[in-house]
Design a protein around this ligand. Structure first.
Ligand code: SF4
Length: 264
């Protein structure tokens, strides 16, 4: 008799909580956030460095929005996560479930099993926040997603360069999912890279909304490359939006509003 070697999928998490989305197309909406551990990028402006490695434990909010966290050990199995999400899902409170990180697509095998189950249990749209550089993993879970917020990493700002991966990724997203692009801009943004980004998006569709997100400044000791990260000047932001609007229909400028609201 052959032994059954199939193991139930698990994921390493950072936290589960209810909060106001502070970025991009869904800004201001209320979401159940599932923050996954691990990221394979090392953006200079990263404000989630704590997600790069998996902690032994994760924290789970007991009451939506109360920050009354319980501590649970990693990794987490699907039935346990489903129970936590169901507990968060109070009537009329949330607009969607946000898969965030870290890089959620590093958990594609887990998500492929988890997402159909959460969809059958809870009628909230599923929104993916991603670095936009793992098209194969995106394809694995595409049928279970409703929308995607894809970062387009400018080498001059993030230190990462994924142009061809971003193109493949975007071609899978659009028009299958509600799709928008987020680009972090700083005082060091290279205008030519912004133009290249706009042309890349326009190649798929000039209708895809792009959000320019002025970086939240970091002092040298907070940035991953130990140099200060400075917000762009007002003149830079106006010039870059003008440039990109010649190529794309919607280019909006929105900073991280959850930081202004002092939210998680
Ligand atoms: S992709 Fe996100 S979590 Fe990963 S390094 Fe960049 S900003 Fe940080």
């Amino acid at each position: 008799m052959t032994a059954n070697t199939t193991t139930a999928p698990t994921a390493r998490l950072i936290e589960v909580f209810s909060a106001i989305q502070g970025e991009g197309l869904n800004v201001g909406t209320r979401q159940i956030f599932i923050r996954f551990a691990f990221c394979d990028l090392r953006c200079h402006f990263c404000d989630s460095v704590h997600t790069w490695n998996a902690p032994a434990d994760c924290r789970i909010e007991r009451t939506p929005g109360f920050r009354d966290f319980e501590i649970h050990s990693n990794p987490v199995a699907i039935p346990v996560l489903l129970e936590w999400i169901a507990r968060q899902n109070l009537p009329c409170l949330h607009d969607s479930i946000s898969l965030t990180g870290g890089e959620p697509l590093l958990h594609a095998a887990f998500l492929k099993e988890f997402l159909p189950q959460v969809r059958s249990l809870i009628s909230l749209p599923i929104y993916l926040e991603t670095g936009g550089h793992r098209p194969e993993q995106l394809a694995m879970i595409l049928p279970y997603l409703d929308s995607v917020g894809m970062d387009l990493k400018l080498p001059s700002v993030s230190g990462e360069s994924y142009w061809s991966e971003h193109m493949k990724f975007l071609q899978i997203c659009y028009p299958n999912l509600e799709t928008f692009i987020k680009i972090i801009i700083s005082q060091h943004t290279d205008t030519h890279e912004l133009e290249q980004a706009a042309l890349l998006v326009a190649d798929v569709s000039p209708e895809i909304p792009v959000f320019l997100q002025p970086v939240t400044p970091l002092i040298a000791s907070e940035s991953s490359n130990h140099t200060p990260i400075l917000a762009p000047t007002p003149a830079q932001v106006l010039a870059w939006q003008t440039l990109m609007k010649k190529i794309l229909k919607q280019v909006r400028v929105i900073p991280q509003t959850h930081k202004m609201l002092n939210q998680l």
